[in-house]
Design a binder for this molecule. Structure first.
Ligand code: BES
Ligand code: MN
Ligand code: ZN
Length: 532
């Protein structure tokens, strides 16, 4: 979509659908903000009267739509959106509301929208939230619907004019907020496409191609490896999962390097994403109902790749950022790994397989080891890892795990700023017995209780001393229904938080501790191991 920013005092703002967000209590009395008062008087005071009559109070999730009968210039309709209590306002409220506005515009077949930004003390955050909400809100995944294909000629929401609050002039900072919001939302929509595409389309090879394309467009370096590379790197757990599938696995490594030579020498931030393009459960086969959603088991990698796009093209932090992704399918077959098998990880640890459906942690374990060899300042992994995390936190909240309080808190702060809800869960050693094996160093799946913690404990075995945060996005990666800017289906969960985390670390770059292992040394060590 095309976005333009106009100062609040601009007389005429064009757009078929005029959107006026309102806090609770602003509809009646003297509290009406200028855009509402103007629209109301053009409609002989009947806008406010009608909205009141219909029960609109400006509560969150409330909206009121009315045709202007040609009395409001080019605005065919006015949409009032509730923002709830002003004291409890967060940009996410506006992001969700803007998403609803975009969906309303689409249903009305409006091609343009005029959005009146409410007056707050956070103009930049608010502009960004509106842009993101609108762009995320117009997203649809209907390319496989014959009817939608035939509908291609019909009008589509093409442009949005964002009108700033009265008295707010345009500025470089606001333009930057608009650009960042648009880039973030486009990247998140790109991730949603990758996740929504069926598993016969997004195979490991196709995922790697998408990563390569993204890298090319965003100034990142991409290294893609196949089975040979995975064998050469002794990634025994990754190999174990992939051997049951006829789809070729892919090892994906994207690198953002800052232009400034001094910055390029800093310790990188490492991002790891789960990329099981289809999780049947393997020989520990999933029941049909659980299996149909398992095309989404690569959502962690999609979010990481989306974040890398924004990091390389807009954020450009003064430290390197690496993405490590092991992409494969988890399938049952005559060659598949079996319960009882013992796999040897890249780190040297041995793992008894007790459930082939606990495959994500195996691939991630090898990816985390590999990431750690690059001397990162921190490792953040995103994974649709456990159903247990969904049982604990539901469909909208990400589970965050890690021992390093400062790093975990920085991720939670970034999530809050990005409008993504996360909740910390413990990685308590108390549960460690769950992974004890009689025959190997550990087993891959423990008891049912505390399943999300057990998975995190397994990953922790590969982290060493590096500050690490594990984000279990099994629930939020997929929305069960339309909500705000979300549709039923893929959400791109986690991408916005990663972008925000990188922005925060860029701001604080001089206060971040450099890791104990110097990157150069670690790289040498990695090379030596590779050569083995
Ligand atoms: N990909 C699943 C987790 C999942 C479940 C993601 C539902 C999204 C929605 C993962 O590989 C898995 O199968 N986990 C098992 C682990 C168990 C076997 C220890 C689970 O959660 O049941
Ligand atoms: Mn599984
Ligand atoms: Zn899985």
């Amino acid at each position: 979509m095309q976005f333009s920013l106009v100062p609040g005092d601009a007389a005429a703002v064009s757009g078929e659908l005029l959107v006026i967000p309102l806090f609770e209590g602003e509809l009646v009395g003297d509290a009406a903000p200028a855009p509402l008062a103007t629209a109301d008087s053009a409609l002989d005071g009947k806008l406010r009267a009608a909205a009141t009559q219909e029960g609109f109070k400006g509560k969150v999730d409330q909206s009121f739509l009315i045709h202007t009968l040609g009395r409001l210039g080019g605005h065919e309709r006015v949409l009032l959106l509730g923002l709830g209590n002003r004291a409890r306002f967060q940009p996410e409220v506006l992001r969700l509301a803007a998403g609803r506005a975009a969906k309303t515009a689409q249903r009305l077949k409006a091609t343009s929208i005029a959005f009146r930004v409410p007056a707050t003390d956070r103009a930049e955050d608010v502009v960004r939230a509106v842009v993101e909400g609108l762009e995320l809100g117009v997203y649809r995944f209907d390319k496989y619907k014959s009817a939608a294909r035939e509908d291609k000629a019909s009008p589509k929401l093409k442009s949005a004019t964002i009108a700033l609050p009265a008295g707010t002039p345009k500025s470089r900072a606001l333009d930057d907020a608009l650009t960042l919001g648009l880039k973030v939302a486009e990247a998140v929509n790109w991730a949603r496409d990758l996740v929504n595409e069926p598993p016969n389309v997004v195979t490991p090879v196709r995922l790697a191609q998408a990563a390569q394309q993204a890298a090319k467009e965003s100034g990142l370096q991409a290294e893609i490896g196949g089975r040979k590379e995975i064998e050469r790197l002794n990634m025994g757990m990754f190999l174990g999962v992939t051997v049951g599938s006829v789809q070729e696995p892919r090892l994906i490594h994207l690198v953002y390097t800052p232009k400034n030579a001094k910055d390029a020498k800093r310790a990188p931030l490492a991002l790891v994403g789960k990329a099981i393009t289809f999780d049947s459960g393997g020989l520990s086969l999933k029941p049909t109902e659980g299996m149909v959603e398992m095309k989404t088991d690569m959502a962690g990698s999609a979010a990481v790749l989306a974040a890398m796009k924004v990091i390389g093209s807009v954020v450009k932090p003064p430290f390197p950022v690496h993405a490590f992704i092991g992409a494969c399918e988890n399938m049952p077959s005559g060659t598949a790994y079996k319960p009882g098998d013992i796999l040897t990880a890249r780190s040297g640890k041995t793992v008894e397989i007790t459930n082939t459906d606990a495959e994500g942690r195996l691939v991630l374990g090898d990816m985390i080891t590999w990431a750690g060899e690059h001397g990162p300042s921190a490792i953040i992994d995103l994974a649709t890892l456990t159903g247990a995390c969904m049982v604990a936190l539901g469909n909208y909240i990400v589970g965050a795990f890690g021992d390093d309080d400062a790093t975990v808190n920085s991720v939670l702060d970034a999530a809050k700023a990005a409008g993504e809800e996360m909740w910390r869960l413990p990685v308590s050693d108390m549960q460690k017995d769950a992974l004890r094996s009689d025959v190997a160093d550990m087993k891959n799946s423990g008891e049912r209780w505390g399943g999300a913690i057990n998975a995190a404990l397994f990953l922790k075995e590969f982290v060493g001393d590096i500050p690490w945060v594990h984000l279990d996005i099994a629930g939020p990666s997929n929305s069960p229904k339309e909500r705000g800017y979300l549709n039923k289906g893929a959400t791109g969960s986690g991408a916005r938080t990663l972008v925000e985390l990188v922005r925060q670390r860029a701001r604080d770059v001089d206060t971040l501790p450099e890791p104990k292992a110097q990157p150069a040394k670690a790289a040498k060590r990695a090379k030596a191991k590779t050569a083995r």
